[in-house]
Design a protein around this ligand. Structure first.
Ligand code: KG4
Ligand code: ZN
Length: 294
């Protein structure tokens, strides 16, 4: 048995889990396995989760399952869309990631495109700060944009050419920040709603066009969206509207399952459980875990 934590820490962990389960409607005896996100992410947060999961697994004798956080975001789609399972394109857009993924089945994936610089959510957060809206920026931009004109300012949409499905959001971010600075220098009015709507449309145009292109290239008729940015109202409506023209069906999780949550890790863990994909008690946090690295 590897050294996983001191007896005192284990007792604390079990006490916390015990209290949490008392609030919930599920008993530890009803749980078959313990799934935990071990990367990518901030090392401190990952270590807390991994240590707790290892403590529970060891103390209860239940198997341990390590889940990639991004795979968790994708799996959030199965809550409410159990028909989705194989052969679809998933756009994963969060604060740290922007990927176009071909999902072969629930445990096998192929990355078709990724951001070469900022993640989409990161761009939303930075522009919200530049507009004085606060944090997290995504929902605030989404709200402000509803009162704005999406055609007020034409911000750039980067295209790497050569059939690449990679994104870049640093160009649009810089263009928006330069636009705000120019208005400030000229003492002109800054219309927050117009800028928010124009920025959001530029990002959503690229996300939707590239995801649909990936689906067409792969002759796939289903698209899912995942991650915090999947809550964005324009992304949801535009993806649905544009994809419909090509006979492509679009699904996305309820907003509560788009942002980081435990249920998505449990669902991804369930499919790894069904696939006999278990971790040992030597499982460690991997802050820079690659997408779908095994
Ligand atoms: O998936 P998530 O909760 O955490 C990470 O794994 O990063 O994503 C958080 C990101 C933040 O950047 C936040 O601004 C963005 O998701 N977000 C949104 C919306 N709601 C959250 N971005 C655009 N529109 C939204 N409605
Ligand atoms: Zn996340």
């Amino acid at each position: 048995m590897p050294e996983i934590a001191s007896r005192h820490h284990l007792e604390l962990i079990i006490q916390v889990v015990d209290e949490a389960l008392r609030e919930a409607t599920v008993e530890l005896s009803e749980i078959d396995a313990i799934a935990v996100a071990y990367g990518p992410g901030l090392v401190g947060a990952l270590l807390v989760g991994v240590s707790a999961a290892k403590g529970i697994a060891w103390a209860s004798g239940k198997p341990l399952i390590g889940v990639n956080h991004i795979e968790g975001h994708i799996a959030a789609n199965y809550i409410g869309h159990s028909e989705l399972g194989s052969n679809y394109i998933c756009l994963v857009v969060s604060g740290g990631h922007s990927h176009i993924v071909k999902v072969t089945d629930r445990v096998n994936f192929e990355v078709m495109g990724r951001t070469r610089d900022d993640a989409a959510g990161e761009a939303f957060d930075k522009i919200a700060r530049a507009l004085g809206l606060g944090y997290p920026g995504g929902p605030l931009i989404d709200k402000a944009a509803k009162a704005g004109n999406p055609e007020a300012v034409k911000f750039p949409r980067v295209n790497f050419g050569g059939g690449s499905l990679d994104f870049s959001f640093s160009g649009v971010k810089t263009a928006v920040i330069n636009h705000i600075h120019t208005l400030e220098q000229k003492h002109e009015e800054i219309n927050v709603s117009d800028i928010a709507a124009s920025f959001q449309t530029a990002v959503v145009d690229v996300l939707t066009d590239y995801t649909i292109k990936a689906a067409q290239q792969s002759e796939i008729k289903n698209i899912a969206i995942a991650g915090g940015v999947a809550s964005n109202s324009l992304l949801r409506s535009e993806m649905t509207r544009k994809a419909k023209k090509f006979g492509i069906v679009v699904t996305f999780p309820e907003p509560v399952f788009c942002t980081d949550n435990a249920a998505m890790i449990a669902i991804a863990g369930y499919y790894k459980f069904a696939n006999d994909s278990f971790a040992g008690l030597e499982l460690n946090a991997v802050p820079n875990l690659k997408l779908f690295e095994r």
